[in-house]
Unconditional design. Structure first.
Length: 451
């Protein structure tokens, strides 16, 4: 095996691989011997087929398979062992590569085009300045978050009379034209309704102020303005059957349930944060404010990284790419892409690729790595954030650890976490190296930065 690399220019190279019989012959014979043991050929007992017959039938396909394996393995070993930073994948050279004659040849030559990542120099100092936008956590944001907690940690209670948004449970009976229970009509015990969902105000008012055991006569079809979805759900029938039940019904109220928001007291404080952490409303509001501010840090860091892009590209200067190679590879690797669409997309592809290479360079030069404890810590933060979205901010550590460990069992999740951790660490490094120009914005002002 002989491999040579010819650098055509700083970003293009041709790799030549010479494969001789000694590189593959032993493996080919091994394959043929295995086939001999398994081959079912008429006229021969299993395992007794002459090796010459096997070679005649399967020799060429075995040769092609093993040569391809030798080429593939040695190609990527060479790239890895020589630390070649290639873009895309190696492609067969269309000029040098000759057609193979596997019937007569024993030695083969393979030529591959390589696209090489350009060399870049990026030097940052405190003389470099970048804005860093922090989001102002005003009283409105705090109030909204606290109201969410009140709703999330509220509870259902039984009340004496119906008000808006209450839920009623009772006996639901269809009436005939004489206002009597309809024979073979709809009769549901434990039916549940929320009068506030009724679209007709006249029908809705019949329930307002009603007490337990009161029987209300109303028309569901009018109340819900003929909505098949809501009426079929209430009547427990198919949508196409709704049109057959447009008359009056009675509803005898057995229960009235109301959802009451949690009160601003120690019980709410202890449910949102660790018990005993917060003791007054003022402390609670401050703690909520700090939590919201922490939740916005990733957004600020993301904007900062976007803003750093322009500076980093300027520092890198003019960067040369193997355009012809990349366009060829992009077409071959995506069957849906056309030469016309590629010409439109290519500038953006190169822009993103350049920024990615700059980030990779900075990560490598500054020893930014992901440790095992980083993965567990980040997975725990991701799980905690998910619980917080569902209004459950105070989750025991053992529960978080369990969910985090489950996350780390999935390879794709681990890869995504590694990418995110590296990006966060790179952002942290950039914030230390350059001079930050802090600016505080409201949420709306911050969002406008992305418009």
């Amino acid at each position: 095996m002989n491999i040579t690399l010819d650098n055509v220019d700083p970003v293009n190279a041709v790799l030549k691989m010479e494969v001789v019989k000694a590189d593959y012959a032993e493996e080919v014979e091994k394959v043929l011997r295995n086939l001999r043991q398994k081959a079912a050929i008429p006229g021969f007992r299993a395992g007794k087929v002459p090796i010459g017959v096997v070679r005649k039938m399967y020799g060429k396909s075995a040769l092609i398979e093993q040569v391809n394996k030798v080429v593939s393995n040695n190609l990527y070993d060479y790239i890895r062992n020589n630390n070649l930073n290639i873009l895309g994948e190696p492609l067969p050279n269309e000029t040098e590569q000759k057609e193979m004659d596997f019937d007569n040849q024993e030695d083969f030559e393979f030529f591959f085009d390589l696209g090489l990542a350009p060399e870049m120099k990026v030097k940052l100092t405190k003389r470099d300045k970048l804005p860093y936008y922090s989001i102002l956590v005003d009283d409105d944001l705090v109030d909204k978050q606290i109201n969410n907690y009140k709703v999330n940690f509220g509870n259902y209670t039984q009340v004496k009379k119906v008000e808006d948004k209450d839920m009623v449970k009772g006996l639901f009976v269809e009436l005939d034209e004489n206002a009597q229970p309809k024979e073979n009509g709809i009769h549901i015990e434990g039916a549940v309704m929320m009068p506030s969902y009724m679209k007709d105000e006249t029908e809705k008012k019949k329930f307002m102020g009603a007490k337990k055991n009161v029987v209300i006569t109303f028309n569901p079809s009018k109340a819900y303005e003929g909505s098949e979805v809501e009426l079929s759900s209430l009547m427990k029938i198919k949508k196409e059957e709704v049109k057959d039940h447009t008359g009056d019904f009675t509803f005898e109220i057995a229960e009235i349930t109301r959802y009451q928001e949690a009160e601003m007291n120690q019980d709410l404080f202890d449910k949102v944060f660790e018990p005993g952490t917060v003791k007054t409303e003022e402390e609670f509001r401050q703690k909520v404010r700090e939590m919201i501010a922490a939740q916005y840090i990733p957004d600020s860091d993301y904007k900062f990284l976007l803003d750093s892009r322009k500076l980093l590209k300027k520092k890198a200067g003019k960067v040369e790419f193997p355009d012809i190679f990349l366009k060829r590879w992009l077409i071959l690797s995506n069957t849906e892409r056309t030469p016309e669409s590629l010409e439109t997309d290519y500038p953006k592809i190169i822009e993103d690729l350049e920024f990615q290479l700059i980030k990779e360079k900075l990560v490598k030069e500054n020893g930014i790595k992901v440790e095992e404890n980083d993965l567990m810590e980040y997975a725990g933060r991701a799980v905690r954030a998910q619980f917080a979205q569902y209004g459950i901010p105070n989750v025991p550590d053992d529960v978080l650890d369990g969910y985090a460990k489950d996350m780390l069992k999935k390879e794709e999740t681990v890869r995504n976490l590694i990418d995110k951790i590296i990006e966060d660490k790179l952002t942290g490094w950039l914030k230390e190296v350059v001079t930050l120009e802090p600016q505080e914005l409201t949420v709306d002002e911050f969002r406008k930065l992305f418009e």
